[in-house]
Design a protein around this ligand. Structure first.
Ligand SMILES: [Zn+2]
Length: 223
């Protein structure tokens, strides 16, 4: 464990790569509760939380799981779209595996939370260890008057940020609002921020309308 180059200024104005420093663009996470805002068709960003969006990169966990991060280059694309990591070189297989391991840790814990079950201790340990990686440092760019987050290791800082989001979620009052989509083959985890707390589907456009169609056909099948 050592200081990776020292976070001395002004590293993002100069040869950042030469110093082994990379940048993460500030991108405030905006919870999305419908399918209307999708940065891409490749990933879903509508769970309501960054950490749950990562968990949602395995689709249809309840039936035929499809790991969308298994596609070539997908983990780096997800990081770019989810938290704006820029200048990220191609991820190594170990880094891709680390992102997917964090995903499964989050999924394990959030699934337990959604069932009001005890959180598995080993997964809690993994999450805490990931959150302990050095976070990015916010810096104000004088020319553009924008915030840039700088980190000696942008990849680890990104993992720490995602783990931190999960810790905030699991350790706070919103834990009781984590739900799994009621469509059996989907089961995507999402945050129910509805006033009635009765949201059942990951999205109305997808599973909600499907469920209503199924119910309609059920009602009209037999007298
Ligand atoms: Zn669903």
């Amino acid at each position: 464990m050592g200081d990776k180059g020292g976070l001395s200024l002004p590293f993002f104005m100069g040869p950042a790569r030469d110093q082994g420093l990379g940048a993460i663009v500030e991108k405030p996470y905006k919870p999305v509760y419908s399918d209307s805002m999708k940065p891409s068709e490749e990933f879903r960003f509508n769970s309501g939380r960054l950490s749950l969006d990562l968990a949602a990169t395995v689709r249809r966990r309840g039936s035929l799981p499809n790991d969308v991060l298994a596609a070539p280059g997908a983990p780096a694309r997800w990081l770019r779209e989810a938290i704006g990591v820029e200048d990220l070189p191609a991820l190594s297989p170990a880094q891709e595996a680390a992102l997917r391991a964090l995903r499964e840790t989050i999924w394990t814990l959030a699934t337990a939370a959604s069932a009001d079950a005890v959180l598995p201790a080993a997964a809690v340990d993994d999450l805490n260890a990931t959150a302990a990686f050095p976070l990015a440092t916010p810096q104000l760019d004088a020319a553009s008057v924008t915030v840039r987050l700088l980190a000696a290791d942008p990849f680890l800082a990104a993992l720490a940020a995602i783990a931190g989001d999960a810790i905030d979620l699991l350790g706070g009052a919103l834990r009781s609002r984590i739900k799994a989509c009621a469509q059996p083959d989907c089961q995507m985890l999402f945050l129910d921020l509805s006033r009635s707390r009765r949201r059942r589907w990951c999205s109305m456009d997808r599973c909600g309308s499907r469920a209503k169609g199924d119910a309609f056909r059920q009602r009209h099948r037999d007298p």
